[in-house]
Design a protein around this ligand. Structure first.
Ligand code: XMP
Length: 513
């Protein structure tokens, strides 16, 4: 296994992600924990020293134990990791005076190509992402320069006798397009064959959950979405009935959704599940409200109250489980050029852990959405469930602009079910990021049979997207749209007009509210 020594960079997890993509098992440990004794136990086959915000020049700046350089295994230092390595091995680091570098830079080869750079420089130079104030001014004995950039003469250095490598840039980020190749070369020369799997990740995650939780009780908010479901199944595998799930039905779910969740988790997985049927409470509070923000606030606040009430029934729980993903963790980090993601989970109940005095269990914290899906498959969740489109916490409330009534919700559920059925029948579901119907707060005139109708109009929405931040409308054929409109009008009493929303995001949003 590979050890990543963390010096606090906001992108350290991305190193782990790159290594998982190469099917290499790694663990991230904060540098303070990596003692000589730890190293003996862990026995890493290779080590990566991460970046970090500190300056090696400052007194007391983070430093790995010197024993790390006596392990006799390949080491790769990145950014701060590079500087700390150079300083500890006898080189020199200086503060940047006009040499600080942030953002895109280009590295060119300095001499013969080493194995680490296999596949690099095919186009003479490689784009890399720099983010450093200090710079190495003299390399350590035994090292030579293999790549250089205008502001970082020592962009890539190596001591080939010891298999020590050091790079000034961040190969793990998206803006170093060929960075994955560098990691691949590093793990190959360290002897990893890439045989690690998501199955192994699952075992490791289960071990960690057991270690963290002991024999305490855990509660988990289950929304029926992929993240909370995978988290719940994983934790249940780890600690069995010490886990109780709370599923809040706020009356704003889609057709058959509540039954599906309850059947799957209670009957199929045999999990202790509290089904909090609070439809009356939510719909009552929303009665007469048409302002989008007010609607959201009402739902958010009630959700916390209700969750707290039902979670309290468990008695003596010490932990709250959440399906927080890595993108939620780095959301505010604009390192790679913009907010990384995306969808706020309504069930990441902010403030609740403190309020209830609960500690958090977040077993998906290191994973990205596609990895969570893979873990879900590994745990045996049905493929149809894992591939489900995202569904917002406030549910159908934000697909029902204006006042919410039970009648409108019922019509909306039926129309949505027909639309999704159409999409599935045409084999389009997996090509689409999200598809749904919004019921509009207008009635329009129509003729059906011999009579006039005065019924609701609805809008179909379907978008493609990679992260929900930007989106484009899905280019259905006219035939598909025509057939779907006919089915909805024939099968759903209360709708006599169907439109298709062809707004992209931006300027539109995916949801209607
Ligand atoms: P918008 O409408 O902002 O949606 O383009 C982007 C993505 O976020 C989802 N969404 C929400 N999810 N609570 C959630 O849990 C919310 O309040 C919420 N609002 C939007 C939306 O479904 C889409 O995937």
């Amino acid at each position: 296994r590979l050890l990543i020594v963390d010096f606090g960079s906001q992108v350290t997890q991305l190193i782990a992600r790159r290594l998982r993509e190469l099917n290499v098992y790694c663990e991230i440990h904060p540098y303070q924990n990596v003692t000589a004794e730890f190293l003996r136990d862990f026995a890493p086959k290779a080590v990566i020293l991460s970046g970090g915000p500190a300056s090696v020049i400052d007194e007391g700046s983070p430093r790995p134990t010197a024993d790390i350089f006596d392990l006799g295994v390949p080491i790769l230092g990145i950014c701060y990791g590079q500087q700390v390595m150079m300083q500890m091995l006898g080189g020199k680091v200086e503060r940047g005076h006009g040499t600080a570098e942030f953002g895109r830079a280009y590295v060119t080869p300095a001499r013969d190509r080493i194995d680490l750079l296999h596949g690099w420089f095919e186009a003479d130079r490689e784009q890399v992402w720099m983010s450093h104030g200090d710079h190495v001014s003299a390399i350590a004995p035994g090292f030579a320069v293999y790549g250089t950039s205008p502001n970082a003469p020592f962009a890539v250095t190596a001591d080939l006798n010891r298999n020590f490598f050091a790079v000034q840039f961040h190969p793990e980020v998206h803006h170093t397009p060929n960075g994955a190749r560098l990691y691949e070369n590093f793990v190959r020369l360290a002897g990893f064959t890439g045989d690690w799997t998501m199955g192994a990740y699952r075992d490791e995650a289960i071990r960690k959950i057991r270690e963290q939780v002991g024999d305490a009780k855990v509660i988990c908010g289950l929304s029926g979405g992929v993240d909370s479901s995978v988290a719940a199944v994983l934790i249940h595998e780890a600690i069995g009935d010490q886990l109780t799930c709370v599923f809040v039905d706020h009356g704003l779910l889609r057709q058959g959704e509540a039954e599906e969740v309850v059947t799957m988790f209670r009957d199929h997985y045999n999990m202790p599940l509290i089904h909090a049927d609070e439809q009356e409470l939510f719909l009552g509070a929303l009665d007469g409200q048409s302002d989008p923000e007010t609607k959201r606030k009402i739902i958010g606040k009630l959700f916390i109250d209700v969750f707290q009430k039902h979670a309290g029934e468990v008695g003596g729980a010490e932990f709250l489980a959440q399906g927080t993903l890595y993108p939620d963790v780095i959301e505010s980090v604009s390192f790679s050029g913009g907010p990384s993601v995306t969808i706020k989970s309504h069930h990441n109940v902010g403030g609740l852990p403190e309020k209830m005095g609960l500690k958090l269990v977040e077993p998906l914290r290191e994973l990205f959405k596609d990895e969570v899906r893979e873990l879900g498959r590994e745990l045996g969740l049905p493929p149809s469930f894992i591939g489900r489109h995202p569904f917002p916490g406030p549910g159908l409330a934000i697909r029902c602009p204006g006042e919410i009534t039970r009648e409108k919700l019922e019509i909306l559920r039926k129309a949505d079910a027909v639309y999704i059925d159409q999409i599935r029948k045409h084999g389009l579901y997996d090509d689409i990021w999200q598809a749904f119907v919004a019921i509009l707060p207008v009635r329009t005139v129509g003729v059906m049979g011999d009579g006039r109708t005065y019924d609701y109009a609805c809008a179909l929405r379907a978008v493609t997207s990679v992260d929900g931040m930007t989106a484009d409308y899905y280019p259905f054929s006219h035939e598909f749209l025509g057939e779907t409109a006919t089915r909805i009008i024939n099968e759903v009493t209360g709708i006599n007009r169907v439109t298709y929303d062809i707004t992209s995001k931006p300027p539109g949003t995916i949801e209607w509210e």
